[in-house]
Structures are given as structure tokens and as C-alpha cells.
Design a protein around this ligand. Structure first.
Ligand code: ADP
Ligand code: AMP
Length: 212
């Protein structure tokens, strides 16, 4: 099964993606995670990506499309299926993805679109904390880790207020046309993301069990 998970920053893509890949054995491909890894490894691509990410802007398509293409071309993707998270974020990326999939003889089975009230996103992003060792995402209030120790967690640089504002602007502008693109292809499954994490997971699981 080959899937996309879509939603505004803070909608819960990463949180739900972790559960979906565990349940369905898919390869999780998050462009944001790949960029953060490149930054941590201090690669040239990481340095370039960081200059855009810190401002809340999108990394240029040439770079982003390239890393997605390279990752999708790996054998594990063909064997297990993929869940693409955070890509595409522009119509140009959606078109590039079509070309990449065609060239690799892969196809898309569905798009999980998490719909949330934009007013709740600032609170979600500003309270997001990530476990240093595992990379798992939590929230100080909505999904607090058991045995929380501040030194074991970090906050993302781009979850600070100025970058968040810009990220939401950029993503809100781009998201409607992309969803429409996939709606026309009959691939979209809308999920109400204004519910507790466990309920959102249950709704997604129902949709995906029927798709399998
Ligand atoms: P995304 O990957 O879409 O940017 P995340 O999965 O990282 O979003 O979630 C953003 C923040 O909101 C995290 O701190 C996460 O724990 C929290 N969160 C995710 N889903 C929900 C939800 N349904 N209700 C409340 N908080 C949530
Ligand atoms: P995310 O982890 O999905 O919230 O992404 C964090 C940041 O990485 C974004 O704000 C962008 O700067 C960059 N990024 C992630 N995915 C993409 C993409 N598909 N296109 C361009 N930039 C991206």
C-alpha cells in the first residue's frame, strides 16, 4: 500500500504516521525528518535546507524532489509500500511526484487528509517536544510523556513563534490546491483531526483497513 498523509503543520501527521507504519509495515518517508537528519549530519544539503527551514519557508523543489526520488527508488519501498509525510507541499511537487512514481512503476493507493481547525495549531506546535534518543513526538499538555525529564527532550527551532506564523501562511496557501488535485483523482480520505490522538488513529485505521 502506497499512501500520502497530508495536513497543516501540527495537524498530527508525524504522530499518526508513526502508528500507521507500525500497524501496516510501511516505510515512513518524511521530508522534514530527512532535512533534520541532513542538518544534524552537517551535510551541504542540510546547510542549505536549514537556511529555509529556520525562516519557516519551503526548501526549493529541486532539492526536495531529488531526495524524495532517491528514497522512493530504494528496494524496501517497493517491497513494503510507503507513507509519504510532508510531501508534496506544492502543486509542482505533486506533479513531480506523479512523474517519479510513473518512472518507478509505482502507484498511489490513497491520501489521508487530516483536517484541523487552524486556530488550534499554534498551541500544538508551541507545546511540541521531541525525545532526543528516539525522535518520538509528544506534547507537553496533549500527549505528555510518562516520566518526563526536560533534559531528554528538545523543541524544534521552527516551532518558535515567528517561524510558526510563516509556516502556517505558506502551508495554508498551498494546501487547498493540492488536496483538490488528489480529490480529482478520487484518492482523498478526510479525517477529523480535531479529536483526541487515539480517536484520530482509530478513524485512520478504519479507512486503511478498507483500502488494503
Ligand atoms: P505534524 O507532523 O502534522 O506537524 P505532529 O504529529 O508533530 O504534527 O503534531 C503536532 C503536535 O500536536 C505534537 O506535539 C503532537 O503531540 C500534538 N498532537 C498531534 N495530534 C494531536 C491531537 N489529535 N490532539 C492534540 N494534540 C495533538
Ligand atoms: P515538517 O517536519 O514536515 O513540519 O517540515 C519542516 C520544514 O522542512 C518545513 O517548514 C520546510 O522548511 C521543510 N520541508 C519539509 N517538507 C518539505 C517539502 N515537501 N517542500 C519544501 N520544504 C519542505
Amino acid at each position: 500500500m502506497n499512501l500520502l498523509i497530508m495536513g497543516l503543520p501540527g495537524a498530527g501527521k508525524g504522530t499518526q504516521a508513526a502508528k500507521i507504519v507500525e500497524e501496516f509495515g510501511l516505510i515512513h518517508i518524511s521530508t522534514g525528518d530527512m532535512f533534520r537528519e541532513a542538518i544534524a549530519n552537517e551535510t551541504e544539503m542540510g546547510k542549505l535546507a536549514k537556511s529555509y527551514m529556520d525562516q519557516g519557508n519551503l526548501v526549493p523543489d529541486e532539492v526536495t524532489n531529488g531526495i524524495v526520488k532517491d528514497r522512493l527508488a530504494k528496494l524496501d519501498v517497493r517491497e513494503k509500500g510507503f507513507l509519504l509525510d510532508g510531501f508534496p507541499r506544492t502543486i509542482e511537487q505533486a506533479e513531480a511526484l506523479d512523474q517519479i512514481l510513473t518512472s518507478l512503476e509505482l502507484s498511489l493507493d490513497g491520501v489521508v487528509a487530516i483536517e484541523v481547525n487552524p486556530d488550534s495549531l499554534l498551541e500544538r506546535l508551541s507545546g511540541r517536544i521531541i525525545h532526543k534518543e528516539t525522535g518520538a513526538t509528544y506534547h507537553k499538555v496533549f500527549n505528555p510523556p510518562v516520566d518526563y525529564k526536560e533534559e531528554d527532550y528538545y523543541q524544534r527551532e521552527d516551532d518558535k513563534p515567528e517561524a510558526v506564523k510563516r509556516r502556517l501562511e505558506v502551508n495554508i496557501a498551498q494546501s487547498a490546491p493540492i488536496l483538490e488535485y488528489y480529490r480529482m483523482a478520487g484518492l482523498v480520505h478526510e479525517i477529523n483531526g480535531n479529536q483526541e490522538i487515539a480517536q484520530v488513529s482509530e478513524d485512520i485505521k478504519k479507512v486503511l483497513t478498507n483500502l488494503k
